[in-house]
Design a protein around this ligand. Structure first.
Ligand SMILES: Cc1ncc(COP(=O)(O)O)c(C=O)c1O
Length: 367
């Protein structure tokens, strides 16, 4: 007789899961190391904050906190529909885009299915497969990016393949696939397999926008977030674009009030302020070039990035991460991805980046 236990998870694969490692909060570092003036470059947040209109919108909505939010988030959906030229019934909103990545799996993936993703792709995809008790199929990366030919072979070799996740640009490597590459891929994916295109960093490389694929392919879902370029990570809001039938299914599983009152009001005005997004893009591009020049000067290898972070090979990443923490700088070690020598560094303001490079140079000289 099998032993019963209240801690027995729904699926054995949940036993292999580790809680998602978030970037260390600045307050925690201050407490642990007694440093003030902590610089967090670990979670790809926006160093410029968010649009100034967000503060106004939030202030105006503070009186509504005793009421449930609009469960259909009508006005935010309308704003997303206008911005993306999609219909209302093609939009699903999420409590951050992570909620939507998860919602896709909860809606469409059973324990008999397989989920396909790339090596070095956003770690949440493999976690999602385990959460559902499904089979996760990790396809080896090519030059740190998605190898779409190999992914197609894997899909065709996996009769129970149900969902394929692609991050474009990819976190943590910063690689990007062109629109043509993604289109050619989607054209060859069997129509019963859902293709989730995670465009969390699309504002930093708008040329890789695959919005057009939604109208041409019923099995494509695009997922986007307000956490990165829009600077609203703390509010938790994202959206998915899909065929209306897919959105209808997602809505059946979605928590009724998954986007809160303040997040709804903030996202509407944030979306309207595209001048802010242009400033963010411009600053990020300039600072990315500067940072990469400094990495070159320090003799450090890095992967050219299409997002708001750069993955750099520092050798003994564990020791260097520790030394950076002692100086009050939080970056992201990538040992969890099997990238033991690499750190992922979010691009900050010119002052942030100068401090990072000066500190890194000192550490490298003394190690
Ligand atoms: C590729 C990618 N997708 C999705 C997310 C989830 O972001 P959020 O839930 O804040 O929208 C992240 C966050 O780091 C990410 O890097």
């Amino acid at each position: 007789m099998s032993q019963k236990s209240f801690t027995a998870p729904a699926y054995d694969s949940i036993l292999q899961l580790q809680a998602y490692q978030t970037g260390k909060p600045a307050e925690e570092l201050s407490r642990e190391y007694g440093v003030s003036d902590v610089l967090k470059l670990a979670s790809n947040e926006n160093p410029l904050g968010c649009s100034p209109y967000v503060t106004l919108a939030i202030t105006e909505n503070l009186g509504k906190l005793a009421r449930y939010p609009d469960g259909s988030a009508y006005y935010l959906k309308q704003a997303v529909a206008d911005f993306t030229e999609a219909k209302l019934n093609q939009i699903t909103l999420g409590n951050g885009s992570n909620d939507l990545l998860d919602l896709v799996a909860r809606t469409f993936v059973s324990r008999d299915d397989a989920v396909i993703y790339s090596e070095y792709a956003f770690v949440v995809y493999s976690m999602i497969a385990k959460m559902q008790g499904a089979t996760g199929v990790e396809v080896p990366a090519k030059r740190f990016g998605h190898d779409l030919d190999a992914m197609l072979i894997a899909i065709n070799a996996t009769p129970n393949a149900k969902v394929v996740y692609i991050a474009n640009p990819n976190n943590p490597t910063g690689t990007m696939l062109s629109h043509q590459q993604v289109k050619d891929f989607v054209q060859q994916v069997p129509s019963h397999v859902l293709v989730v295109l995670d465009e969390a960093y699309i504002e930093y490389s708008p040329e890789s926008n695959n919005r057009a694929l939604i109208d041409a392919f019923n099995n494509v879902i695009i997922v986007r977030t307000f956490s990165k370029a829009y600077g609203l990570a703390g509010l938790r809001v994202g959206y998915a674009l899909s065929h209306p039938d897919v959105a209808d299914m997602l809505n059946r599983i979605r928590q009724p009030f998954n986007v809160n009152v303040l997040a709804q009001s903030a996202a509407i005005v944030a979306l309207a302020d595209q001048a802010f997004i242009e400033r963010v893009h411009h600053l990020n591009d300039g600072q990315k070039r500067w940072l990469c020049k400094q990495f070159d000067a320090l003799g450090l290898d890095f992967v050219p990035s299409y997002a708001n972070f750069v993955m750099v090979n520092v050798g003994d990443a564990k020791a260097i991460n520790q030394a950076l923490l002692q100086q009050g700088i939080i970056v992201r070690p990538l040992a969890g991805y099997g990238l033991d020598e690499w750190l992922r560094i979010t691009i900050g303001t010119p002052e942030d980046n100068t401090r990072l490079i000066d500190t890194l140079r000192d550490i490298l000289e003394t190690l």
